[in-house]
Design a protein around this ligand. Structure first.
Ligand code: NAD
Length: 325
């Protein structure tokens, strides 16, 4: 039975996106009422189609660059294109989404006294001079490069969160999310796991930039969602920023070989020149999340990849025939 004392009305911006749709699903399972806000820039109706019939779920087509007034208890602010191909398509809009979006959602949180969580990113560390990165590192970010619309937009959003907290007592939470993967990633987002999986399922060559010895660490989406909810539920005096990710490193070559094996693909690996801004390593330090949230990721890469490949397998055929909506 629904417990009205414990259930809340929660706004999830970017709720039709990859991470947002999993978050909406989990919060609904917990009995909360969800307002899923999205302008469908990179989000897809297919991601939330299975939630539409739930009477506790409501979809709101809205762009967070414009003000909004809804009565809610909590706000998860995830709206923002997240992969380079998407955020570089319209960089001015990307910065606006991070900055104007943060101002609008913080203004809403202030007016209705809601707690608000920001989906920040490991990209605030830029091209890090320290490895692995903990939250005290201030980062090494180029303010005028092609990635700056995303990195600096997210950094400015963090600033706004902390100023609304200091100036207006808004209850804030800031999560610095590292590479996350899983079902409902956009098949064309250019990220390494979706790229390799789509190439493997279509038996196309798998392109590795550089020699493949560069490493990455990947967090399965269910683990990340668990971390975000724990952060929202943490005591009010814990604001973060806190890293959420998976510290297990895998080389890009190993990852390609794993995906070829798991998809039983005939794809061949081919090597191309490494782009200039490619990072050698990106790995989170998770001490703060362990201590403050009692959280650490638990899904092994193989297990997460199998679930992700299953998802892509289902969409690869229709995707080849038509545009995914
Ligand atoms: N996926 C990752 O590895 C990762 C890593 C670090 C941070 N993040 C952050 O997590 C959040 C979600 O990322 P994702 O991977 O699910 O990306 P996504 O692109 O799948 O989701 C973003 C969602 O926001 C929506 N959106 C974009 N601009 C909007 C606007 N102006 N108004 C309303 N909606 C808008 C999109 O339509 C989409 O549904 C983002 O803020 C991203 O920066 C993700």
């Amino acid at each position: 039975m629904k417990n009205y004392d414990l259930t809340k009305r929660i706004l999830v911006t970017g709720g039709a996106g990859f991470i947002g749709s999993h978050l909406c699903e989990r919060l609904l399972e917990q009995g909360h009422e969800i307002i899923c806000l999205d302008n469908f820039y990179t989000g897809r109706r297919a991601n939330i189609a299975h939630l539409i019939s739930n009477p506790l779920f409501e979809v709101l087509r809205h762009d967070i660059c414009f003000p909004l007034y809804v009565e809610v208890d909590e706000i998860y602010n995830l709206a923002c294109p997240a992969s380079p191909v998407h955020y570089q398509f319209d960089p001015v809009q990307t910065t606006k989404t991070s900055v104007h979006g943060a101002i609008n959602m913080l203004g809403l949180a202030k007016r209705v006294k809601a707690k608000i969580l920001q989906a920040s990113t490991s990209e605030v560390y830029g091209d890090p001079a320290v490895h692995p990165q903990d939250e005290s590192y201030w980062g090494n970010v180029n303010p005028i490069g092609l990635r700056s619309c995303y990195d600096e937009g997210k950094r400015c959003a963090e600033t706004l969160f902390f100023d609304y907290h200091r100036q207006n007592n808004v209850k804030i939470k800031v999560a610095r999310i590292f590479n996350t993967y899983g079902p409902r990633m956009h098949p064309n987002d250019g990220r390494v796991i979706s790229n390799f999986t789509m190439q493997a399922l279509k038996s196309e060559d798998i392109t590795i930039y550089g020699d493949g010895t560069q490493t990455r660490s990947f967090c399965y989406v269910d683990d990340l969602v668990d971390g975000l909810i724990r952060l929202m539920q943490s005591p009010d005096d814990f604001t973060g920023p806190v890293n959420l990710g998976n510290p297990s490193e895998v080389s890009i070559l190993e990852l390609a070989e794993k995906i070829i094996e798991l998809t039983n693909s005939k794809s061949q690996i081919v090597f191309a020149f490494l782009p200039e801004d490619d990072q050698r390593r990106r790995q989170p330090l998770l001490e703060m999340a362990k201590i403050q949230l009692d959280w650490k990721p638990s899904t092994e890469l193989n297990e997460g990849l199998i679930r992700t490949i299953d998802y892509f397998r289902k969409i690869v055929k229709p995707y080849e025939q038509a545009v995914v909506v």
